[in-house]
Design a protein around this ligand. Structure first.
Ligand SMILES: C[S@@+](CC[C@H](N)C(=O)[O-])C[C@H]1O[C@@H](n2cnc3c(N)ncnc32)[C@H](O)[C@@H]1O
Length: 250
């Protein structure tokens, strides 16, 4: 742990604020700031928190959903119990975890999906960004069909290749899509949040028969990058991700 990291960490006002307010993470303020700007969550909502560990966003979701609301949190890492939150441990991209969630929901639609999902970072920005992009697409493909008409969706994304295509794909499904960087995101951070409001009753494309992941993958290919799914499947530590290569003939 470097001295610089320690000093920045100690001085971080959001960390101090989170500690004194009883939030488990400074990230809690990122969701609070998204909510202040876009009014995503309403009292009584059923809310899904994807990548919820250690629980800051879930705590905020419980406050916003109120006594009539329901909050379900999922993460690969187990969380300490959070009052008012039903916690699932598992990989959201894994069929078994998805089945557990469906069972818990028992047909009840979700009103708001909040996802701060982030892969374990390797420090190699291009690779981390590609893995995160893939995760975001997989989360959207699985969870958007569970979201009620009029529902909202917010996800962390890392700036870089493929983000424009994710925004375009989101616009097929929501009436309002915007990128937003809460002040609680560190100045140096390349993270931003994709905020989608008012899910449309049907996607704008008639009989949409492609996934968001396919849409983003073909956009990356068109832009001169090819994705190699064989290599991405062989990533260890359960890491998934678009593997980007500059197309040789460009
Ligand atoms: C930045 S943290 C979330 C912090 C949280 N919003 C909070 O306020 O406490 C990102 C989380 O995403 C989780 N994650 C990454 N990949 C995942 C996956 N495939 N399925 C479920 N959770 C995942 C990580 O384990 C990590 O806890």
């Amino acid at each position: 742990m470097s001295k610089r990291w320690y000093n920045e960490h100690r001085r971080d006002p959001w960390r101090r604020k989170a500690k004194s307010s009883g939030y488990r993470s400074r990230s809690a303020y990122k969701l609070i700031q998204c909510q202040e700007k876009f009014n995503l969550i309403r009292k009584g909502d059923t809310i899904l928190d994807v990548g919820c560990h250690p629980g800051g966003w879930s705590q905020v979701a419980v406050e916003l959903g109120g006594d009539e609301g329901r909050v379900i949190g999922i993460d690969i890492k187990p969380c300490e119990p959070i009052q008012g939150v039903e916690l699932l441990v598992g990989d959201i991209t894994d069929f078994g975890t998805q089945e557990k969630l469906m069972k818990l929901l028992n047909g009840e639609p979700i009103n708001s999906i909040v996802s701060d999902i982030s892969p374990g970072l390797t420090g190699q920005y291009e690779m981390d960004q590609a893995i995160s992009l893939d995760l975001v697409c997989l989360v959207m493909d699985f969870s958007l069909p569970l979201l009620n008409k009029g529902g909202s969706f917010v996800t962390k994304v890392f700036q870089g290749r493929g983000i424009e295509a994710v925004v375009e794909a989101a616009k097929l499904n929501f009436s309002k899509v915007q990128r937003f960087s809460p002040v609680a995101s560190r100045n140096s951070s390349s993270e931003t949040y994709l905020v989608c409001k008012n899910k449309l009753p049907k996607p704008r494309v008639k009989d949409m028969d492609f996934s968001i992941r396919d849409f983003v993958e073909s956009s990356l290919t068109e832009d001169g990058f090819v994705t190699d799914s064989t290599e991405s499947e062989s990533l260890d530590d359960g890491k998934k991700g678009f593997t980007l290569h500059r197309a040789r003939d460009r």
